[in-house]
Design a binder for this molecule. Structure first.
Ligand SMILES: Cc1cc2nc3c(=O)[nH]c(=O)nc-3n(C[C@H](O)[C@H](O)[C@H](O)COP(=O)(O)OP(=O)(O)OC[C@H]3O[C@@H](n4cnc5c(N)ncnc54)[C@H](O)[C@@H]3O)c2cc1C
Length: 388
């Protein structure tokens, strides 16, 4: 069997690796001309953690993970309230890793069987979704014929647009923009240590943390009146996060231009079905939950692995696609609803909401309350494959 995977992100590399290990002939096409180095810290827990464990990926992920001791929420007056993050991880039984997104991709890339081909700097331009086979032409002039085409090309998926319809039909905007970038700053790096610094502010949040190589990562999320992406993302970032204190001001002086600056809308993807003929979607392309749910990467790994399990065990490709969606869509819907519920506390829009969040933080100092919350964070139990 042969598969073409569009997108070498977390979902695409999971699917490609698992299919390759199941004996499929796999080609991955990735738009980016080189491995994407920019990124942000992700909490990796829940179903993705369990899938990574079953895939034998955990030892490498533990090597790549960052030990975050505490999250410091710093208000406008410079007053910090702390959350012992190491305790949160312990409440999860140690099944929570803080990883940079490119490091998770690296671990998946390293695990690809040698016969899986990854072609960088190209994409799928046309798709002929025939009854028994799918044929795609690529921007590099090649034509690929496969039993299955997996669209794992993220929230703005081209495969989805070509096969299922325009983005506006499937993307639910949540009213925020988000950004992330890395910069070199030895002194700030040392000062942050293993602390994740977060502003405790209305309508916008900026986060800073130290990453390897003496660098610091900044991420932000802010409410917008108009969800359309700005013409000049760098200028939008500098404007949106100005006045958030000395550390953020320092970070903003290092804000790069695209493509070193990640800037996007905060949104979820809702569509059904997830497949048509020989084409199926995976990861954010069909199941984006947004950063508010904090599990998109986790679901990309677990969902991608489940898709391959179904392709390996069902009696036909359409049956595999149907099983995959039937088992996985409820988990995604559950995490999406949780993400929408989290919006008000992640980015409080009123003084009252901000104070409520602070009260919640105090409650999290109580072990029982913390364990209850972390149970809710992981959410609905995800289906496992029979190999687990
Ligand atoms: C600030 C922020 C914080 C987050 N925090 C967390 C967290 O704590 N925990 C968590 O689990 N998740 C988190 N997420 C979500 C997580 O990053 C995503 O859900 C995850 O990256 C989705 O993986 P994916 O492979 O589906 O898509 P992507 O990561 O978007 O990868 C898509 C890939 O396809 C490529 N591509 C795009 N278009 C094309 C094309 N036309 N042709 C070929 N290739 C293409 C892209 O270059 C990319 O390599 C966060 C997201 C953000 C923005």
């Amino acid at each position: 069997m042969r598969a073409l995977v569009c997108g070498a992100g977390i979902a695409g590399l999971t699917v490609a690796g698992e299919l390759g290990r199941a004996g499929w002939d796999v080609t991955v096409v990735e738009r980016s001309p080189a491995r994407r180095e920019h990124g942000y810290m992700i909490d990796f827990l829940g179903p993705g953690f369990a899938a990574a464990e079953a895939m034998g990926l955990l030892p490498r992920l533990r090597e790549l993970a960052y030990p975050i001791d505490r999250v410091s929420f710093v208000d406008e007056a410079g007053r910090a309230r702390h959350l012992r993050y190491d305790q949160v991880a312990r409440d999860q039984g140690g099944r929570l890793l803080s990883l940079m997104r490119p490091d998770l991709e690296l671990a998946l890339l390293e695990r690809l069987p040698p016969h899986v081909e990854v072609r960088l700097g190209t994409t799928v331009t046309t798709i002929d979704n025939g009854p028994g086979r799918v044929t795609a032409t690529c921007a590099d002039g090649t034509t690929e014929s496969a039993d299955v085409l997996v669209g794992a090309d993220g929230i703005h998926s081209t495969v989805r647009s070509q096969v299922f319809g325009p983005e506006e039909r499937f993307v639910r905007q949540l009213g925020f923009h988000t950004c992330a970038f890395l910069f070199g700053a030895a002194e700030l790096h040392q000062r942050l240590g293993a602390t994740f610094y977060l502003t405790d502010t209305l309508d916008r949040v900026a986060g800073l943390y130290a990453v390897r190589g003496g660098r610091v990562a900044m991420f932000g999320a802010h409410r917008v009146d108009d969800v359309a992406l700005p013409a000049d993302p760098r200028a939008a970032v500098v404007r949106a996060y100005a006045g958030l204190g000395r550390l953020v001001e320092e970070a903003l002086t290092h804000c790069p231009e695209s493509p070193d600056l990640y800037y996007d809308q905060v949104a979820q993807v809702e569509l059904a079905p997830w497949s048509a003929g020989r084409v199926v979607l995976a990861g954010d392309a069909c199941q984006a939950v947004s950063l508010l749910a904090g599990q998109g990467a986790s679901l990309a790994v677990a969902g991608g692995r489940l898709l391959v399990h179904e392709l390996s065990t069902a009696s036909s490709v359409p049956e595999a696609f149907a099983h995959y969606e039937r088992r996985w869509a409820p988990v995604v819907a559950d995490r999406q609803a949780a993400g929408r519920r989290a919006a008000g506390s992640f980015l409080p829009r009123s003084r009252r909401a901000l104070l409520l969040r602070r009260a919640g933080l105090r409650l999290l100092q109580v072990p029982l309350a913390r364990r209850l919350v972390s149970g809710r964070v992981v959410g609905r139990r995800a289906p496992t494959t029979t190999r687990d």
